[in-house]
Design a protein around this ligand. Structure first.
Ligand SMILES: Cc1cc2nc3c(=O)[nH]c(=O)nc-3n(C[C@H](O)[C@H](O)[C@H](O)COP(=O)(O)OP(=O)(O)OC[C@H]3O[C@@H](n4cnc5c(N)ncnc54)[C@H](O)[C@@H]3O)c2cc1C
Length: 374
């Protein structure tokens, strides 16, 4: 089987590994528009039952890749979730699902011993082990180049759909395959529009900031301040940790709808807000860097996968801020579709057909699907 994949980001990378390991010939086209420079969070502590299932399957995919590639893809992390007490009864229902997914979770009284300060009255603290990881995407992306059956093409692909057939053109060359997969992240809507196809997607800018602060060795999901924090996840963590310091990456769920490339740079208001929130939890913290990229959402804020017009033109996207958490499971589902012609049960709630042809031209993207306490 020959498969052409457009987009070698988070999901295109995992899909390429899964197909290459099953002896498929893959042509992976990537335009080099964005790549993670540090590990990304994978968490099973999500809000929707179906997402938790995907996240558990994604963890199994990462473990399979670790075994087969001989690299450590996952770095397990503890996490602390801070919620306002009024959201505890909703969260308690989720805790059972998190347990079933393998997380060990308990409510703790005090976060002082983790170096965190109380920010408001009526906070509840949930400590979790085996619920979260940092994922080494930098390594996973590098290893793509080692397969004999993967051709890596640098360039911007264009999809042409005509007379019931598909072709992909990149650098003035036409690429042929049995299947064509579009996994171009926030550029999916542009690729689809240029091909005369409609997809229910809205691109937006997502941002993060890095701080030098006191050492933390866990992920913090803070639904009181609406922010997350995590260690960088690089070899620097160990070296800095010896002096009681960390590089901490933080962000919030705020998102600004924009076409990729239109709004460059990290917003000053974002940096001010995140800095003050990080300091109210950690004390002194010095802003040392920031990053922006582009993400995308569907109208119900959850990913979508499925065929577009033709049975050999497949789409996977709409991962907002949690592609590393649920993306690999849908990449596995897509692999099963290519081999068997049908989608496994866990992928069915995510099929793109659920939107039909009837979706709004724009929608509110204030809360991402992985965030709690809505
Ligand atoms: C700063 C930041 C931090 C984040 N942290 C996390 C995290 O910790 N955990 C998490 O789960 N998620 C995180 N996210 C969100 C995550 O990055 C997205 O959910 C994920 O990247 C979506 O995966 P994707 O494969 O759909 O798109 P992407 O990873 O964006 O990949 C799209 C790829 O398509 C390529 N492309 C685009 N157009 C074309 C074209 N025409 N031809 C060829 N190639 C093309 C691009 O070059 C890119 O490589 C973060 C995002 C940002 C910006």
């Amino acid at each position: 089987m020959d498969v052409v994949i457009i987009g070698g980001g988070i999901t295109g990378t995992v899909l390429t590994h899964l197909l290459a390991m099953r002896s498929v010939h893959v042509t992976l086209v990537d335009a080099g528009l964005q790549k993670p420079r540090y590990p990304l969070i994978h968490s099973k502590l999500l809000r929707f039952h179906e997402d938790i299932t995907l996240s558990k399957i994604s963890e199994e995919v990462y473990l399979e890749l670790s075994r087969k590639l001989g690299i450590k893809v996952l770095q397990p992390m503890d996490s602390i979730t801070v919620i306002p007490s009024e959201c505890y009864s909703d969260t308690a229902k989720l805790i059972n699902l998190w347990h079933e997914a393998g997380a060990r979770v308990k409510v703790i009284n005090d976060i002082g011993k983790y170096g965190l300060k109380k920010a408001a009255n009526n906070e509840v603290y949930i400590l979790s082990s085996d619920g979260d990881n940092l994922v080494n995407y930098v390594q996973l992306m590098r290893r793509i180049r080692k397969y004999n059956n993967v051709r890596y093409v640098e360039g911007k692909a264009r999809v042409n759909v005509s007379n019931d057939s598909v072709e992909v053109v990149v650098n003035d060359r036409t690429l042929h395959g049995d299947y064509y997969i579009i996994t171009a992240g926030a550029w999916n809507s542009t690729v689809a529009r240029d091909a005369g196809l409609r997809v229910p997607l809205l691109p937006y800018k997502c941002q993060a900031a890095a701080f030098l602060s006191r050492r933390i060795n866990y992920i913090l999901y803070d639904y009181v301040l609406d922010i997350y924090m995590r260690p960088l996840g690089s070899t620097m963590d160990h070296v800095l940790g010896l002096s009681g310091l960390s590089i901490v990456v933080g962000g919030d769920g705020n998102s600004k709808t924009t076409e990729p490339g239109k709004e460059e740079g990290v917003d000053r208001e974002f940096l001010n807000e995140v800095s003050s929130k990080v300091m109210s939890r950690l004390g002194n913290a010095f802003l040392i860097g920031s990053r922006f990229g582009y993400c995308e959402v569907t109208p119900d804020m959850r990913p979508a996968v499925g065929t577009l017009d033709l049975s050999n033109l497949v789409f996977m996207g709409g991962f907002d801020g949690y592609g590393a958490e649920v993306g690999p499971a849908l990449a596995l589902a897509l692999t099963e579709y290519l081999f068997n012609g049908s989608w496994p049960g866990y992928a069915k709630p995510y099929l793109i057909d659920r939107f039909g042809n009837n979706w709004p031209s724009t929608w509110d993207i204030s809360t991402e699907a992985h965030e709690l306490c809505v």
